[in-house]
Design a protein around this ligand. Structure first.
Ligand SMILES: CC(C)(COP(=O)(O)OP(=O)(O)OC[C@H]1O[C@@H](n2cnc3c(N)ncnc32)[C@H](O)[C@@H]1OP(=O)(O)O)[C@@H](O)C(=O)NCCC(=O)NCCS
Length: 186
């Protein structure tokens, strides 16, 4: 199982650990995701995910497209993913990241810690470009992507339909080797 960063580390105000998810994390991952599915436009999924669905989803991931979890005192308080952005072969070096932190644990630096780990995982996987698709009014996530070094590269108008409204999406991109070219953050 891959570990990220220095293992246990201080992510802002709390001590948290990021590790690769196993199928045993499916229940926690589903609970966090289902909260955001049912209460927010942060994901364009609209139907809750069952634990069984998440078990399969985690099990089919290889090392190159991991699901990571962040935990405090062995309790999972967030998860993130590195996923292929599109299936046609020429997209093969481009991945998308997503991050979901338990609402009770936001604002403590965990999104940043998980984001850094996902970027590191994408680099390990040999990917070239990282994409994040963020709903335009999702201030927290827009800020997080900017802090992680992603660049705003596009804007899609009225592409999501949820809760009886249309939602715009901001496209963010980060080129992995530019990020690591000088051995650290730009
Ligand atoms: C977006 C999200 C992942 C941020 O996670 P988090 O753990 O709260 O983020 P952090 O504490 O690491 O904060 C990262 C940066 O975002 C800022 N931020 C966090 N919440 C914010 C908010 N509501 N408004 C503005 N900025 C915010 C922090 O201040 C910090 O920036 P700073 O270092 O300049 O102060 C979390 O709010 C979440 O899970 N949201 C729902 C799911 C989602 O939107 N996912 C993104 C789609 S993939």
């Amino acid at each position: 199982m891959a570990s990220y960063g220095d293992g246990d580390q201080t992510g802002g105000r709390v001590t948290a650990r990021v590790r690769t998810a196993t199928t045993h994390d499916a229940k926690s991952i589903a609970a966090i995701y289902n909260h955001y599915i049912s209460t927010s436009n942060t994901t364009f999924d609209t139907d809750p995910k069952s634990v069984e669905d998440r078990v399969e989803w985690i099990a089919e991931r290889g090392d190159r497209q991991p699901i990571l979890v962040v935990e405090i005192d062995d309790v999972v308080v967030g998860w993130g993913s590195v996923s292929l952005y599109a299936t046609r072969p020429a997209w093969g070096r481009t991945v998308e990241i997503g991050i979901y932190i338990d609402p009770a644990a936001t604002g403590a630096g965990l999104g940043m810690q998980l984001g850094e780990a996902l970027i590191e995982a994408a680099q390990r996987g040999g990917y070239h470009a990282l994409i994040a698709q963020i709903v335009a009014d999702n201030t927290a996530s827009v800020h997080l992507m900017e802090r992680l070094g992603f660049e705003r590269v596009g804007y899609l108008r009225e592409v999501g339909s949820k809760f009886g409204r249309l939602h715009d999406v901001v496209l963010f991109e980060l080129l992995v080797q530019e990020r690591f070219a000088d051995g650290g953050r730009r």
